[in-house]
Design a protein around this ligand. Structure first.
Ligand code: CA
Length: 247
């Protein structure tokens, strides 16, 4: 894996002279937590009983979307219109209830190592999640102490347009007070990768789910790792390349 080459390709793509690694904008589900199987199952158990045709796999691909976008997409396909807000809120409450009925979610193996490396290199860590579900947000302080203190936390409630819109990541850049070429995005889902790339940020994809890695490259990922542990072993080299490579 030629890490320097990926950095050079990014610099050429966005047309800047160099980059630096001052901040990492980090997705939550499927990156910090091994939570996607539970989200998928909870969505499926909420939506399928309504008689809306859906399959588990598509919820993996909708990952990163906000509540509104996910539910409206399903409603438009089934009924040809958006879900009324009160219906949407009730469905989301049911999805959260289903999520809580499932086994507890564990931190993603290797994620703690990634966070430790970032913090030891003085990289500001910022959470950028489409989720507004308290279940996991409440665990962050215990599982990743010091990493995501307010105001370095952007959730589904903070943005008007969720991923794949660049809005959440642009807001993350603003909070960290850095430019797009002074940060990296860490994502696991195609829609999230699209959002990071659209925000002009070097986007690392970590393929922790069942989708083929090519889907992440197709979404525009600058580099793809097959696990957070795999990413952790290459992260010091990536930070070094980002801080030194010039065109
Ligand atoms: Ca995710």
């Amino acid at each position: 894996m030629d890490i320097e080459k990926t950095v050079r390709r990014y610099i050429e793509r966005v047309g800047c002279a160099s980059m630096s690694c001052k901040a990492a904008l980090i997705d939550m589900d499927g990156v910090l937590y091994d939570s996607m199987p539970n989200h998928v199952e909870a969505w499926y158990r909420t939506i399928a009983p309504l008689g809306i045709d859906c399959c588990r796999e598509e919820f993996f691909l909708l990952e990163g979307s906000t509540r509104t976008r996910t539910i409206n997409l399903l409603f438009n396909r089934a009924y040809g219109h958006d879900a009324p807000e009160e219906v949407s809120l009730a469905l989301y409450a049911e999805k959260v209830r289903q999520f809580r009925l499932l086994d507890a979610v564990e931190p993603m193996p290797g994620a703690d190592a990634v966070i430790d490396i970032l913090l030891s290199h003085n990289v500001r860590t910022v959470l950028v999640t489409g989720s507004s579900q308290g279940t996991l947000l409440e665990c962050l302080d215990d599982d990743y102490p010091r990493a995501f203190n307010v105001p370095y936390r952007i959730t589904g409630e903070d943005v008007k347009n969720g991923k794949p819109s660049p809005e959440p990541y642009l807001m993350g850049l603003q909070r960290a007070e850095v430019l797009p070429n002074e940060a990296i995005v860490i994502e696991n889902a195609p829609l999230g990768v699209e959002a990071g790339v659209a925000a002009g940020v070097f986007t690392v994809a970590v393929n922790t789910g069942p989708i083929p890695p090519q889907a992440l490259y197709d979404a525009g990922a600058d580099i793809v790792f097959d696990s957070m542990s795999h990413f952790a072993t290459h992260l010091p080299q990536l930070i070094d390349a980002i801080n030194t490579v010039k065109l």
